[in-house]
Design a protein around this ligand. Structure first.
Ligand code: BDR
Ligand code: CA
Length: 309
């Protein structure tokens, strides 16, 4: 069972990634840390607490992280995720799960100090870059960083940049260069994880209050993806990175050289993946290229169905 930290910016697909990481027996989720991205870090932190509260999970700390990228101004994705960052169902109460008294940085240090863990990051890499630059000795205890971000081809917020890379390219660059084993699950693979009508029907069949909320989140997400990007069904990006840790066979990867563009006038945040070996630079990352869709949805639907709430 792999010990897991989830660093996220919930976000509809982040919310589903949290549920998958909590429920799946192949991983032991020990901490949730938040970062500004889809919305402000304040809203993302409330949302992470909301997800765990709805799932009835009170033993996993939720700690607030960076409120802005390392050097750039924050660009939020309220067009995709709404005013709350998790629009759809309305809640008029405070989430019952409290915010940790630790900052994300303090919690990451604490969790990694004595025992190795894998980090799944489903937002900008700001918290992880800070951790690696301030506490370089801890790198030895990070088994792997598995990131939902980037793309082997086109972007989704700029022609050549995916949103998590675009928000904080300098952080992504620092993390990729750190030498910690790094896996990129980009748009090329997450666009294979589509929430189709069949998938929605499976959530409907579960019948619990939590499954109903998930369905409403995905219905909202579907509407923005339809309006903004013309997708018939929205891609559930972030749980793909969790699935890679749960069972590497679900997300097939190849080794390649990866660099992050930080300087380009038109291409900041581009993830330059040398799949064809043009550059002669040695491989430094695992790059996700295939998704076993049936196995992915079985794990994701099974995770939501496993909660009694
Ligand atoms: C990524 O950007 C965010 O909007 C999603 O939560 C996901 O992590 C997809 O580009
Ligand atoms: Ca995210």
């Amino acid at each position: 069972v792999r010990r897991l930290i989830l660093d996220c910016d919930p976000g509809h697909d982040d919310a589903m990634a949290i549920l998958l990481a909590v429920a799946d027996p192949a991983v032991d989720l020990v901490a949730v840390t938040t970062v500004a991205g889809n919305q402000t870090v304040d809203k993302c932190t409330v949302n992470a607490r909301r997800v765990l509260s709805l799932a009835g999970v009170s033993d996993i700390p939720v700690a607030r992280g960076a409120d802005r990228p390392l050097v750039r101004r924050l660009r939020i994705a309220d067009d995709v995720h709404g005013q709350t960052g998790l629009d759809g169902p309305l809640f008029d109460d405070e989430p019952s799960v409290p915010e940790s008294p630790y900052s994300a940085h303090e919690l990451l240090v604490e969790v990694l100090r004595t025992t190795p863990a894998t980090i799944v990051a489903t937002g900008a890499l700001t918290n992880i870059a800070r951790l690696l630059s301030d506490e370089p000795a801890l790198a030895a205890n990070i088994t792997e960083i598995v990131w939902m971000g980037g793309s082997t081809d086109r972007g989704n917020i700029a022609p050549l940049a995916e949103a998590n890379a675009y928000v904080d390219p300098e952080a992504a660059d620092l993390v990729v260069r750190s030498g910690v084993p790094f896996t990129m699950c980009g748009l090329n693979v997450t666009h294979q994880a589509l929430v189709t009508a069949d998938v929605l029907a499976r959530f409907e069949q579960i019948g619990t209050p939590l499954a109903r909320v998930c369905r409403e989140w995905m219905t909202y997400f579907a509407s923005t993806y339809r309006d903004l990007f013309g997708f018939e069904s929205p891609p559930l990006h972030d749980p793909v990175a969790v699935a890679r840790v749960i069972d590497p066979a679900i997300v097939g990867c190849v080794e390649a050289n990866l660099v992050i563009e930080t300087q380009g006038e038109w291409t900041a945040g581009a993830t330059v993946v040398d799949l064809d070996g043009y550059t002669g630079r040695p491989p430094n990352a695992q790059i996700a290229v295939t998704l076993d869709q049936a196995a992915f949805w079985d794990r994701m639907v099974g995770a939501v169905a496993s909660f009694v709430c």
